[in-house]
Design a protein around this ligand. Structure first.
Ligand SMILES: [Zn+2]
Length: 106
């Protein structure tokens, strides 16, 4: 199940840089690295939203575990993790700070 727009997660192997963009209506063939401006080294994978966006709700244990798992097993940005979990970016950033303070993540 997918909700809303896709985020495109891109990686430039020349610059070792990860960046992400909202997918465009018209699929472009090449995506350009914001650092080197090249499309040669840029690879793409699509990050899909798996749950609908929820706001102003307390974090469930499940969401917390999912966030910890994503944080430990991927190098997604907080924006990508927010997108996958279905929470506002600010909420995820606050949660990460809290988890860090509690020593649950590094
Ligand atoms: Zn680059």
């Amino acid at each position: 199940m997918q909700f809303g727009k896709k985020r495109l997660q891109l990686y430039c192997r020349d610059c070792d840089l990860r960046f992400s963009i909202q997918s465009q209506r018209r699929n472009r063939r090449h995506y350009f690295c914001p650092l080197c401006g090249e499309s040669v080294g840029v690879t793409l994978h699509i990050v899909k939203r798996t749950v609908p966006l929820t706001r102003y709700k307390h974090w469930t244990e499940e969401e917390k575990q999912k966030l910890i798992h994503l944080y430990n097993t991927t190098n997604y940005t907080s924006r990508d993790m927010a997108y996958i979990i279905g929470r506002p970016v600010k909420g995820v950033q606050h949660k990460l700070n809290r988890l860090r303070r509690l020593g649950l993540i590094n």
